[in-house]
Design a protein around this ligand. Structure first.
Ligand SMILES: Cc1ncc(C[n+]2csc(CCOP(=O)(O)OP(=O)(O)O)c2C)c(N)n1
Ligand SMILES: [Mg+2]
Length: 335
């Protein structure tokens, strides 16, 4: 895959260090992710981007909490709902927008589209559309780290739908028996496509499945960026120090439908409002104010700065060239 740098804003590593170092920057990144996904939907609805897109409005604290806890040398393996994770880990706005727009300045050269982001400088290996596939691949990568004597960790993110895929069970079993340095992040946004979690899986919490593999597990408030960060710090530290894998379930909520064609009409009345009353960005805003780390006007300035960086990145991304047709054969292995 061709990995691109961008001209808008600081480069991926600097963006990553910002969220690792500073709670205000974590808030800012969540604001950026929410606004970026809104802009991506506009690219699609205006016909500037093709295909569909999966957004994660409401799930920003999970993405930013993971990015704040992991080192850039740790590897992160993500499922299809990737924009927020990519931006949190350090992908630039321009590379994410350009990938959605199919431009050669995109994260993978414009041949992947909305579902596919990579930024190896900050440990984002790739994002995967075959549900559960990346869990096994992350275990393989974690095993390689162990064999090579590295002290890096592999993080595999997946949804509540993935826990009923066979590969989830095989991967967790292997991870535990080999004691590999892995953290499994089950991002429970309550739905897999159009099906609610309690219609698919008979146990609650889902993370209890860790018991089957004698793996430590916990349920984490996925609406609270600092709760996500702290839980990840502990699990990563355990893995890094040879203590083996952990399964963490992040409780969160998908504000929109599965993809842009889904209006989510199947949701029970009041469910969205209930989750929105614990919106991760509003909660982080209140927590920063309460801790005296920012003022109202500083928070408003962040919102305004983010809005203008979104527009600048959109202009730059739209100016990017389309890839050559031959680019579809790059990185393809034929035997
Ligand atoms: C093996 C496989 N089966 C089915 C699909 C179709 N599919 C795409 S997304 C999805 C739902 C995934 O739900 P979840 O794991 O909860 O992730 P979320 O979409 O909520 O982020 C399904 C079934 C697929 N991509 N791969
Ligand atoms: Mg889900």
């Amino acid at each position: 895959m061709s990995i691109r740098n961008t001209t808008i804003g600081p480069e991926p590593l600097a963006r990553r260090e910002a969220v690792r170092a500073d709670p205000v920057q974590r808030h800012r990144r969540m604001v950026e992710i929410r606004a970026a996904e809104e802009r991506i939907r506009e690219f699609h609805s205006s016909g500037q981007a093709w295909g569909t897109t999966h957004c994660a409005d409401g799930q920003e604290a999970v993405a930013v909490g993971i990015a704040a806890a992991a080192r850039p040398t740790d590897q992160v393996w993500i499922a299809h709902r990737v924009h927020g994770h990519g931006l949190a880990l350090g992908c630039t706005l321009e590379s994410v927008f350009a990938e959605n727009l199919g431009r050669s300045t995109g994260s993978v050269g414009g041949i992947g589209g909305s579902f596919h982001l990579t930024e190896t400088a900050v440990g984002l290996v790739h994002s995967f559309t075959i549900i559960g596939a990346q869990i096994a691949q992350a275990v393989g990568a974690a095993y390689a780290m162990q064999v090579q004597g590295k002290d890096d960790v592999c993080i595999a993110q997946f949804g509540d739908g993935a826990v009923n895929i066979g590969v989830f069970h095989e991967a967790l079993n292997l991870a535990k028996i080999w004691n590999v340095p892995a953290v499994f992040v089950l991002e429970n946004n309550q739905y897999a496509e159009f099906t609610r979690v309690d219609k698919m899986t008979p146990i609650e919490p889902l993370a209890k499945r860790g018991d089957a593999y004698d793996m430590p597990w916990a349920v984490v408030d996925g609406q609270d960026v600092e709760a996500v960060r702290l839980a990840m710090v502990d699990a990563i530290e355990l893995a890094r120090s040879g203590g083996g894998p952990t399964l963490l379930e992040m409780e969160t909520y998908r504000y929109l439908g599965h993809s842009r064609s889904d209006l989510a009409a199947y949701r029970p009345e009041g469910e969205f409002d209930e989750w929105q009353s614990r919106d991760p960005i509003t909660q982080s805003r209140n927590a920063l104010l309460e801790a005296g780390l920012v003022t109202e006007s500083e928070l408003d300035a962040i919102d305004a700065e983010v809005a203008s960086s979104i527009e600048a990145a959109a202009v730059a991304a739209l100016a990017g060239p389309e890839p050559e047709t031959s680019a579809m054969f790059n990185n393809v292995l034929a035997t």
